[in-house]
Ligand binder design. Structure first.
Ligand code: AMP
Ligand code: GLY
Length: 430
Protein backbone atom coordinates (compact mmCIF):
# COMPACT_ATOMS: atom_id res chain seq x y z
CA UNK A 1 0.00 0.00 0.00
CA UNK A 2 1.16 3.50 -0.81
CA UNK A 3 0.54 5.56 2.32
CA UNK A 4 0.35 9.27 3.23
CA UNK A 5 0.57 10.45 6.85
CA UNK A 6 -0.80 13.96 7.43
CA UNK A 7 1.03 15.97 10.10
CA UNK A 8 4.61 16.76 10.93
CA UNK A 9 5.57 16.14 14.55
CA UNK A 10 6.96 13.44 16.83
CA UNK A 11 3.63 11.63 16.85
CA UNK A 12 3.62 11.38 13.06
CA UNK A 13 7.22 10.15 13.10
CA UNK A 14 6.26 7.40 15.57
CA UNK A 15 3.26 6.42 13.43
CA UNK A 16 5.48 6.24 10.32
CA UNK A 17 8.14 4.13 12.03
CA UNK A 18 5.44 1.73 13.28
CA UNK A 19 3.68 1.53 9.89
CA UNK A 20 6.97 0.71 8.18
CA UNK A 21 7.17 -2.55 10.14
CA UNK A 22 4.07 -3.79 8.36
CA UNK A 23 4.70 -6.16 5.42
CA UNK A 24 1.84 -4.41 3.59
CA UNK A 25 3.46 -0.96 3.83
CA UNK A 26 4.94 0.17 0.53
CA UNK A 27 5.98 3.71 -0.33
CA UNK A 28 5.32 6.08 2.59
CA UNK A 29 4.96 9.86 2.51
CA UNK A 30 4.40 12.56 5.12
CA UNK A 31 2.85 16.01 4.62
CA UNK A 32 4.20 18.38 5.71
CA UNK A 33 6.63 16.17 7.66
CA UNK A 34 9.92 17.62 8.94
CA UNK A 35 13.69 17.27 8.55
CA UNK A 36 14.06 14.14 10.66
CA UNK A 37 10.95 12.46 9.27
CA UNK A 38 12.49 12.80 5.80
CA UNK A 39 14.94 9.98 6.69
CA UNK A 40 11.93 7.67 7.01
CA UNK A 41 9.37 9.02 4.55
CA UNK A 42 9.18 11.27 1.52
CA UNK A 43 7.97 14.66 2.70
CA UNK A 44 5.68 17.00 0.81
CA UNK A 45 5.39 20.54 2.09
CA UNK A 46 1.62 21.00 2.29
CA UNK A 47 0.29 22.43 5.58
CA UNK A 48 -1.88 19.84 7.37
CA UNK A 49 -4.82 22.25 7.46
CA UNK A 50 -4.94 22.79 3.69
CA UNK A 51 -7.65 20.22 3.08
CA UNK A 52 -8.32 20.85 -0.61
CA UNK A 53 -4.65 20.93 -1.56
CA UNK A 54 -3.96 17.77 0.47
CA UNK A 55 -6.83 15.86 -1.10
CA UNK A 56 -5.75 16.94 -4.60
CA UNK A 57 -2.22 15.77 -3.81
CA UNK A 58 -3.49 12.42 -2.47
CA UNK A 59 -5.49 11.90 -5.65
CA UNK A 60 -2.65 12.91 -7.94
CA UNK A 61 -0.11 10.63 -6.21
CA UNK A 62 -2.56 7.73 -6.05
CA UNK A 63 -2.31 6.94 -2.34
CA UNK A 64 -4.06 3.76 -1.22
CA UNK A 65 -4.48 4.93 2.35
CA UNK A 66 -4.14 8.19 4.26
CA UNK A 67 -3.57 8.53 8.02
CA UNK A 68 -4.80 11.91 9.28
CA UNK A 69 -2.92 12.26 12.56
CA UNK A 70 -3.49 15.89 13.58
CA UNK A 71 -6.60 17.37 15.20
CA UNK A 72 -7.32 20.41 13.01
CA UNK A 73 -7.51 18.64 9.62
CA UNK A 74 -9.81 16.07 11.26
CA UNK A 75 -12.04 18.85 12.62
CA UNK A 76 -12.02 20.47 9.17
CA UNK A 77 -13.33 17.27 7.56
CA UNK A 78 -10.27 15.95 5.73
CA UNK A 79 -11.41 12.35 6.15
CA UNK A 80 -14.82 13.21 4.63
CA UNK A 81 -13.15 15.02 1.73
CA UNK A 82 -10.83 12.07 1.04
CA UNK A 83 -13.76 9.63 1.18
CA UNK A 84 -15.57 11.71 -1.46
CA UNK A 85 -12.61 11.05 -3.76
CA UNK A 86 -12.71 7.35 -2.91
CA UNK A 87 -9.54 7.45 -0.78
CA UNK A 88 -9.86 5.51 2.50
CA UNK A 89 -8.38 7.23 5.54
CA UNK A 90 -7.68 6.58 9.21
CA UNK A 91 -9.38 9.04 11.52
CA UNK A 92 -12.86 10.24 12.43
CA UNK A 93 -15.04 12.20 10.01
CA UNK A 94 -15.92 15.81 10.77
CA UNK A 95 -19.04 14.95 12.77
CA UNK A 96 -17.20 12.49 15.02
CA UNK A 97 -14.17 14.80 15.42
CA UNK A 98 -16.47 17.16 17.37
CA UNK A 99 -15.75 14.97 20.40
CA UNK A 100 -12.48 16.92 20.62
CA UNK A 101 -13.25 20.03 18.56
CA UNK A 102 -16.19 21.09 20.76
CA UNK A 103 -16.00 20.76 24.52
CA UNK A 104 -19.69 21.68 24.72
CA UNK A 105 -20.47 18.73 22.44
CA UNK A 106 -18.36 16.29 24.47
CA UNK A 107 -19.64 17.48 27.86
CA UNK A 108 -23.26 17.27 26.70
CA UNK A 109 -22.59 13.80 25.31
CA UNK A 110 -21.22 12.62 28.64
CA UNK A 111 -24.14 14.13 30.56
CA UNK A 112 -26.74 12.58 28.23
CA UNK A 113 -25.21 9.10 28.39
CA UNK A 114 -24.16 9.08 32.05
CA UNK A 115 -20.41 8.94 31.40
CA UNK A 116 -18.50 10.11 34.49
CA UNK A 117 -16.97 13.60 34.12
CA UNK A 118 -16.61 16.84 36.10
CA UNK A 119 -19.91 18.65 36.81
CA UNK A 120 -20.28 21.66 34.49
CA UNK A 121 -22.40 24.36 32.87
CA UNK A 122 -21.94 25.94 29.44
CA UNK A 123 -22.23 29.66 28.64
CA UNK A 124 -22.15 31.90 25.60
CA UNK A 125 -22.25 35.06 27.70
CA UNK A 126 -19.34 36.13 29.90
CA UNK A 127 -21.52 37.95 32.46
CA UNK A 128 -23.74 34.92 32.99
CA UNK A 129 -20.68 32.69 33.33
CA UNK A 130 -19.25 35.05 35.97
CA UNK A 131 -22.56 35.22 37.85
CA UNK A 132 -22.59 31.42 37.98
CA UNK A 133 -18.98 31.20 39.17
CA UNK A 134 -19.65 33.82 41.88
CA UNK A 135 -22.84 32.12 43.07
CA UNK A 136 -21.06 28.77 43.18
CA UNK A 137 -18.16 30.26 45.13
CA UNK A 138 -15.88 27.20 44.91
CA UNK A 139 -12.24 27.55 43.87
CA UNK A 140 -10.26 26.53 41.97
CA UNK A 141 -12.75 26.58 39.13
CA UNK A 142 -11.96 25.30 35.63
CA UNK A 143 -12.83 27.36 32.53
CA UNK A 144 -12.49 25.78 29.08
CA UNK A 145 -12.82 27.41 25.67
CA UNK A 146 -15.28 25.40 23.57
CA UNK A 147 -13.12 24.93 20.47
CA UNK A 148 -9.57 23.88 19.60
CA UNK A 149 -7.02 26.23 21.18
CA UNK A 150 -3.63 24.58 20.59
CA UNK A 151 -3.95 22.86 23.95
CA UNK A 152 -4.06 26.20 25.78
CA UNK A 153 -7.81 26.71 26.18
CA UNK A 154 -8.06 25.32 29.72
CA UNK A 155 -7.71 27.71 32.66
CA UNK A 156 -7.57 26.65 36.28
CA UNK A 157 -8.62 29.75 38.25
CA UNK A 158 -7.72 30.02 41.93
CA UNK A 159 -10.10 32.86 42.80
CA UNK A 160 -12.81 35.19 41.53
CA UNK A 161 -10.34 37.70 40.07
CA UNK A 162 -8.55 35.00 38.05
CA UNK A 163 -11.87 33.65 36.76
CA UNK A 164 -12.92 37.13 35.68
CA UNK A 165 -9.62 37.65 33.89
CA UNK A 166 -9.87 34.22 32.22
CA UNK A 167 -13.38 34.87 30.92
CA UNK A 168 -12.22 38.25 29.64
CA UNK A 169 -9.36 36.65 27.68
CA UNK A 170 -11.34 33.76 26.24
CA UNK A 171 -14.77 35.30 25.59
CA UNK A 172 -14.19 39.02 25.12
CA UNK A 173 -10.59 39.46 23.94
CA UNK A 174 -11.04 36.25 21.87
CA UNK A 175 -7.53 35.05 22.64
CA UNK A 176 -8.38 31.75 20.90
CA UNK A 177 -10.62 33.29 18.24
CA UNK A 178 -14.05 31.76 17.67
CA UNK A 179 -13.06 28.84 19.96
CA UNK A 180 -13.99 31.18 22.82
CA UNK A 181 -17.52 32.00 21.70
CA UNK A 182 -18.74 29.47 24.24
CA UNK A 183 -17.13 28.19 27.42
CA UNK A 184 -17.52 25.26 29.76
CA UNK A 185 -17.24 26.08 33.45
CA UNK A 186 -16.49 22.97 35.43
CA UNK A 187 -15.68 21.48 38.78
CA UNK A 188 -11.99 21.08 39.67
CA UNK A 189 -11.08 17.41 40.03
CA UNK A 190 -8.07 15.84 41.71
CA UNK A 191 -6.18 12.59 41.27
CA UNK A 192 -3.56 11.02 39.02
CA UNK A 193 -4.06 11.53 35.29
CA UNK A 194 -3.93 8.66 32.82
CA UNK A 195 -3.96 8.78 29.03
CA UNK A 196 -5.59 5.82 27.30
CA UNK A 197 -5.48 5.80 23.52
CA UNK A 198 -7.81 3.31 21.87
CA UNK A 199 -8.54 1.92 18.43
CA UNK A 200 -12.17 1.85 17.40
CA UNK A 201 -14.11 1.04 14.25
CA UNK A 202 -17.32 2.62 15.56
CA UNK A 203 -18.57 -0.61 17.18
CA UNK A 204 -15.63 -2.29 18.84
CA UNK A 205 -13.05 -0.54 21.04
CA UNK A 206 -9.57 -1.90 21.77
CA UNK A 207 -7.55 0.17 24.26
CA UNK A 208 -3.80 0.50 23.85
CA UNK A 209 -1.32 0.34 26.70
CA UNK A 210 -1.90 3.24 29.14
CA UNK A 211 0.51 6.15 29.47
CA UNK A 212 1.38 9.19 31.60
CA UNK A 213 2.11 12.61 30.15
CA UNK A 214 4.12 15.40 31.85
CA UNK A 215 2.45 18.62 30.72
CA UNK A 216 4.28 21.35 32.61
CA UNK A 217 7.44 22.87 31.19
CA UNK A 218 9.66 22.40 34.24
CA UNK A 219 10.63 19.85 36.89
CA UNK A 220 8.22 19.07 39.76
CA UNK A 221 5.28 20.04 37.51
CA UNK A 222 6.06 23.74 37.59
CA UNK A 223 6.01 26.28 34.79
CA UNK A 224 3.56 26.67 31.95
CA UNK A 225 1.43 23.98 30.35
CA UNK A 226 3.02 22.55 27.20
CA UNK A 227 2.00 19.99 24.60
CA UNK A 228 3.84 17.44 26.78
CA UNK A 229 7.49 17.23 27.94
CA UNK A 230 7.73 13.47 28.28
CA UNK A 231 5.78 10.27 28.75
CA UNK A 232 5.98 6.80 30.20
CA UNK A 233 3.98 3.66 29.45
CA UNK A 234 2.34 1.79 31.02
CA UNK A 235 0.93 4.19 33.63
CA UNK A 236 1.36 2.46 37.02
CA UNK A 237 -1.79 4.07 38.47
CA UNK A 238 -3.86 2.30 35.83
CA UNK A 239 -4.35 -1.09 37.47
CA UNK A 240 -6.25 -3.97 35.79
CA UNK A 241 -9.22 -3.25 38.12
CA UNK A 242 -9.33 0.41 37.05
CA UNK A 243 -8.95 -0.63 33.42
CA UNK A 244 -12.01 -2.92 33.72
CA UNK A 245 -14.01 -0.17 35.32
CA UNK A 246 -13.01 2.32 32.59
CA UNK A 247 -14.03 -0.16 29.91
CA UNK A 248 -17.52 -0.61 31.44
CA UNK A 249 -18.18 2.95 32.62
CA UNK A 250 -16.36 5.04 30.01
CA UNK A 251 -14.99 3.36 26.86
CA UNK A 252 -17.96 1.18 25.82
CA UNK A 253 -20.57 3.84 26.73
CA UNK A 254 -18.68 6.49 24.73
CA UNK A 255 -18.50 4.32 21.59
CA UNK A 256 -22.21 3.48 21.96
CA UNK A 257 -23.10 7.14 22.56
CA UNK A 258 -21.33 8.33 19.41
CA UNK A 259 -23.11 5.65 17.41
CA UNK A 260 -26.48 6.57 18.94
CA UNK A 261 -25.86 10.24 18.08
CA UNK A 262 -25.41 9.26 14.43
CA UNK A 263 -21.68 9.97 14.36
CA UNK A 264 -19.87 6.70 15.04
CA UNK A 265 -16.19 7.30 15.83
CA UNK A 266 -13.60 5.51 13.71
CA UNK A 267 -9.91 5.96 14.37
CA UNK A 268 -7.93 6.61 17.53
CA UNK A 269 -10.02 7.89 20.41
CA UNK A 270 -7.92 9.29 23.24
CA UNK A 271 -9.39 9.18 26.73
CA UNK A 272 -7.82 11.75 29.07
CA UNK A 273 -8.81 10.37 32.48
CA UNK A 274 -8.47 11.47 36.07
CA UNK A 275 -8.57 8.80 38.77
CA UNK A 276 -10.53 10.78 41.36
CA UNK A 277 -11.50 9.61 44.85
CA UNK A 278 -14.99 9.02 43.33
CA UNK A 279 -13.64 6.83 40.53
CA UNK A 280 -12.26 7.42 37.05
CA UNK A 281 -13.65 10.45 35.21
CA UNK A 282 -13.13 11.87 31.73
CA UNK A 283 -11.13 15.11 31.68
CA UNK A 284 -11.10 15.32 27.91
CA UNK A 285 -11.45 13.33 24.72
CA UNK A 286 -9.06 13.77 21.80
CA UNK A 287 -10.00 12.54 18.34
CA UNK A 288 -6.42 11.44 17.53
CA UNK A 289 -3.24 9.92 18.92
CA UNK A 290 -1.62 11.93 21.72
CA UNK A 291 1.74 13.62 21.37
CA UNK A 292 4.07 12.51 23.04
CA UNK A 293 1.94 9.54 24.23
CA UNK A 294 2.26 7.89 20.81
CA UNK A 295 6.05 7.91 21.17
CA UNK A 296 5.80 5.46 24.12
CA UNK A 297 2.68 3.52 23.11
CA UNK A 298 3.46 2.47 19.54
CA UNK A 299 7.00 1.22 20.31
CA UNK A 300 5.31 -1.35 22.61
CA UNK A 301 2.82 -2.47 19.95
CA UNK A 302 3.58 -5.98 18.70
CA UNK A 303 0.71 -6.28 16.23
CA UNK A 304 0.63 -4.83 12.71
CA UNK A 305 -0.38 -1.14 12.95
CA UNK A 306 -1.41 -0.90 9.30
CA UNK A 307 -3.72 -3.92 9.65
CA UNK A 308 -5.27 -2.39 12.78
CA UNK A 309 -5.77 1.00 11.14
CA UNK A 310 -7.43 -0.39 8.04
CA UNK A 311 -9.61 -2.58 10.28
CA UNK A 312 -10.79 0.59 12.06
CA UNK A 313 -11.70 2.09 8.68
CA UNK A 314 -13.38 -1.09 7.39
CA UNK A 315 -15.26 -2.02 10.56
CA UNK A 316 -13.38 -5.29 11.14
CA UNK A 317 -11.56 -4.47 14.35
CA UNK A 318 -13.26 -7.35 16.23
CA UNK A 319 -11.23 -9.83 14.16
CA UNK A 320 -7.94 -7.94 14.35
CA UNK A 321 -5.22 -8.54 16.91
CA UNK A 322 -4.09 -5.58 19.05
CA UNK A 323 -1.27 -6.83 21.25
CA UNK A 324 1.40 -5.02 23.27
CA UNK A 325 4.66 -6.38 24.56
CA UNK A 326 5.37 -6.53 28.29
CA UNK A 327 7.87 -4.04 29.67
CA UNK A 328 7.92 -0.27 29.56
CA UNK A 329 8.78 2.71 27.42
CA UNK A 330 9.91 6.22 28.34
CA UNK A 331 10.15 9.33 26.18
CA UNK A 332 12.10 12.47 27.10
CA UNK A 333 11.35 15.59 25.06
CA UNK A 334 14.23 17.87 24.09
CA UNK A 335 12.75 21.35 23.65
CA UNK A 336 14.02 24.75 22.59
CA UNK A 337 14.77 27.01 25.57
CA UNK A 338 11.80 29.33 26.09
CA UNK A 339 9.15 26.86 24.87
CA UNK A 340 6.10 27.10 25.13
CA UNK A 341 6.39 30.89 24.74
CA UNK A 342 9.22 32.39 22.69
CA UNK A 343 12.15 30.37 21.39
CA UNK A 344 14.75 30.49 18.64
CA UNK A 345 15.02 28.13 15.69
CA UNK A 346 17.79 27.06 13.33
CA UNK A 347 20.24 25.75 15.99
CA UNK A 348 22.47 22.92 14.72
CA UNK A 349 21.79 19.57 16.46
CA UNK A 350 24.78 17.40 17.40
CA UNK A 351 24.99 13.71 18.27
CA UNK A 352 22.76 12.22 15.58
CA UNK A 353 23.55 10.32 12.40
CA UNK A 354 20.72 10.31 9.86
CA UNK A 355 18.44 11.48 12.64
CA UNK A 356 19.19 8.58 15.02
CA UNK A 357 21.67 7.92 17.83
CA UNK A 358 24.37 5.56 16.67
CA UNK A 359 24.98 2.58 18.95
CA UNK A 360 21.97 3.03 21.20
CA UNK A 361 19.96 -0.19 21.06
CA UNK A 362 16.25 0.03 21.86
CA UNK A 363 16.43 3.83 21.63
CA UNK A 364 14.56 5.74 18.94
CA UNK A 365 14.77 9.47 18.31
CA UNK A 366 11.46 10.88 17.09
CA UNK A 367 11.65 14.23 15.36
CA UNK A 368 9.07 16.82 16.41
CA UNK A 369 10.54 20.09 15.15
CA UNK A 370 13.65 19.64 13.02
CA UNK A 371 14.69 20.81 9.56
CA UNK A 372 17.53 19.90 7.21
CA UNK A 373 19.60 22.92 6.19
CA UNK A 374 22.25 22.05 3.64
CA UNK A 375 22.44 18.54 5.06
CA UNK A 376 22.69 19.72 8.69
CA UNK A 377 19.87 18.90 11.09
CA UNK A 378 18.69 22.07 12.86
CA UNK A 379 15.96 22.93 15.36
CA UNK A 380 12.69 24.13 13.85
CA UNK A 381 10.12 24.12 16.63
CA UNK A 382 9.39 24.31 20.37
CA UNK A 383 9.49 20.59 20.89
CA UNK A 384 12.48 19.40 18.86
CA UNK A 385 13.08 15.70 19.58
CA UNK A 386 11.55 12.88 21.59
CA UNK A 387 14.03 10.27 22.79
CA UNK A 388 12.25 6.98 23.50
CA UNK A 389 13.71 3.87 25.10
CA UNK A 390 12.02 0.52 25.54
CA UNK A 391 13.09 -1.95 28.24
CA UNK A 392 11.77 -4.75 30.42
CA UNK A 393 11.28 -2.37 33.34
CA UNK A 394 10.42 1.31 33.73
CA UNK A 395 13.64 2.18 35.62
CA UNK A 396 15.69 0.70 32.76
CA UNK A 397 13.63 2.47 30.09
CA UNK A 398 14.08 5.79 31.92
CA UNK A 399 17.81 5.46 32.46
CA UNK A 400 18.34 4.44 28.83
CA UNK A 401 16.25 7.34 27.54
CA UNK A 402 18.10 9.84 29.74
CA UNK A 403 21.51 8.39 28.89
CA UNK A 404 20.71 8.70 25.18
CA UNK A 405 19.18 12.16 25.54
CA UNK A 406 22.40 13.30 27.24
CA UNK A 407 24.34 12.56 24.06
CA UNK A 408 22.31 15.00 21.97
CA UNK A 409 22.88 18.73 22.12
CA UNK A 410 21.87 22.07 20.64
CA UNK A 411 22.04 25.66 21.89
CA UNK A 412 19.56 26.34 24.74
CA UNK A 413 18.31 22.76 24.87
CA UNK A 414 15.72 22.33 27.62
CA UNK A 415 14.50 19.05 29.05
CA UNK A 416 12.82 17.98 32.25
CA UNK A 417 15.02 15.83 34.47
CA UNK A 418 12.13 14.18 36.35
CA UNK A 419 10.16 12.36 33.67
CA UNK A 420 8.81 9.15 35.22
CA UNK A 421 9.73 10.03 38.81
CA UNK A 422 6.10 10.04 39.93
CA UNK A 423 5.49 6.79 38.06
CA UNK A 424 8.45 5.19 39.88
CA UNK A 425 7.04 6.40 43.22
CA UNK A 426 3.65 4.91 42.35
CA UNK A 427 5.31 1.60 41.45
CA UNK A 428 7.23 1.60 44.73
CA UNK A 429 4.04 2.29 46.69
CA UNK A 430 2.16 -0.65 45.17
P1 AMP B 1 -6.56 19.80 28.31
O1 AMP B 1 -6.01 20.98 27.56
O2 AMP B 1 -8.02 19.58 28.11
O3 AMP B 1 -5.68 18.60 28.12
O4 AMP B 1 -6.41 20.14 29.84
C1 AMP B 1 -5.16 20.50 30.34
C2 AMP B 1 -5.00 20.01 31.74
O5 AMP B 1 -5.86 20.75 32.60
C3 AMP B 1 -5.40 18.57 31.99
O6 AMP B 1 -4.40 17.67 31.63
C4 AMP B 1 -5.62 18.59 33.48
O7 AMP B 1 -4.40 18.51 34.15
C5 AMP B 1 -6.21 19.96 33.71
N1 AMP B 1 -7.66 19.89 33.86
C6 AMP B 1 -8.59 19.94 32.89
N2 AMP B 1 -9.83 19.83 33.40
C7 AMP B 1 -9.68 19.72 34.74
C8 AMP B 1 -10.58 19.57 35.85
N3 AMP B 1 -11.91 19.53 35.68
N4 AMP B 1 -10.06 19.46 37.09
C9 AMP B 1 -8.72 19.50 37.28
N5 AMP B 1 -7.82 19.64 36.29
C10 AMP B 1 -8.29 19.74 35.03
N1 GLY C 1 -0.15 15.05 25.10
C1 GLY C 1 -1.50 15.49 25.11
C2 GLY C 1 -2.16 15.55 23.82
O1 GLY C 1 -1.71 15.02 22.84
O2 GLY C 1 -3.23 16.14 23.75
Amino acid sequence: MKILVVGGGGREHAIIKALKKSPDCGEIWCAPGNGGISYDARCKNIPATHVEEMVAFAKEEGFDYVVVAQDDPLALGMVDALAKEGIPAFGPDKAAAQIEASKVFSKNLMKKYGIPTAAYETFDDAEKAMDYIRARGEYPVVIKADGLALGKGVLICEDEAAAKEGLQEIMLDKKFGASGNRVVVEQFLTGPEVSVLSFTDGNVVKPMVSSMDHKRANDHDTGLNTGGMGTVAPNPYYTPEIADRCMQEIFLPTIAAMKAEGCPFKGCLYFGLMLTPDGPKVIEYNCRFGDPETQVVLPLLESDLLKIMTACTNGTLADTEVKFRAGAAACVILASGGYPVAYEKGKPISGLTEGQLPGADEVTVYHAGTALKEGQLVTAGGRVLGVTAVADTLPDALSRAYEAAGRIDFERLHKRTDIGVRALQALAAR
